[in-house]
Design a protein around this ligand. Structure first.
Ligand SMILES: *Cc1c(COP(=O)(O)O)cnc(C)c1O
Length: 236
């Protein structure tokens, strides 16, 4: 990668930090209360390292294979790693011990597999529950109506620890409130917190991507996941 490309990543992260700080302060929080996850999919180890050196808080990876390749190349050294993509049960074992947080736990069944693999490794895996807040058929995630019962069931598992919620909401229709789905997530987050379940600590609300992270923060997000805002457009 060229120096110009590196400088562009550094510049974009500086700009994102600025917007994050403004949104945090506007909603009565501190800039450092918000975790900036670099969504690193399709960016090679060198570009990921540039983002790590520029000071993102976390790297978020979508695909297990891609994560393992970059892990081998030491792309994430010195930076916590989150898994944020679709996770197949048979791939869970590759993540255990490598990722601080699995953000995309979209079913009780998947949590059960994580529990089993974490038990084998003798650890407790931190997770977020991914909510299909727009009830979209094309997306994974726990249905909002089933969230409480799923949370209770997963909370009983000894080797997973629920740390909060994650969502990839749809874009609201033009006639809908712009923050409709973020507000719904925020309400679910508050409602689950109020239940004070054993073995659930509602620390993180992960929502907001490049197009809408300021709005997400204003609605209570404290993890934002930025891809294009840091690395530019992805070339599929
Ligand atoms: C790619 C991705 C992002 C980042 O998307 P951008 O729009 O590029 O910021 C965030 N979250 C998840 C789960 C992703 O897959």
């Amino acid at each position: 990668m060229t120096d110009a490309e590196r400088n562009e990543i550094i510049q974009k992260i500086t700009e994102a930090r600025q917007r994050i700080a403004e949104a945090a302060i506007a909603s009565g929080r501190k800039p450092e209360d918000i975790t900036l996850v670099a969504a690193t999919k399709m960016n090679d180890a060198e570009r990921v390292r540039a983002a790590v050196e520029a000071g993102v808080d976390v790297c978020g990876e979508n695909r297990v294979q891609e994560l393992l390749e970059k892990y081998e190349q030491h792309a994430y050294d010195g930076c916590p790693l989150h898994f944020i993509g679709t996770l197949q049960s048979n791939k869970v074992k590759y993540l255990i011990g490598k990722v601080a947080l699995i953000e995309s736990v979209s079913s009780v069944k998947l949590a059960r597999v994580i529990n089993k693999e974490a038990a084998k490794a003798g650890i407790c895996q931190d997770i977020l529950l991914e909510v299909n807040i727009g009830r979209e058929e094309s997306k994974l995630g726990i249905d909002p109506d089933e969230l409480f019962s799923a949370a209770e069931e997963i909370a009983a598992m000894e080797h997973v620890h629920i740390r909060g919620l994650m969502a990839i909401p749809p874009k609201p229709q033009p006639n809908q409130e712009k923050t409709l789905y973020f507000d719904r997530m925020s309400q679910l987050f508050i409602d689950i917190s109020a239940k004070k379940y054993d073995n659930i600590t509602m620390d993180f609300l992960s929502m907001g991507m490049s197009a809408d992270y300021a709005e997400a923060i204003s609605c209570g997000a404290n993890i934002v996941r930025l891809g294009t805002a840091i690395f530019g457009a992805r070339h599929y």
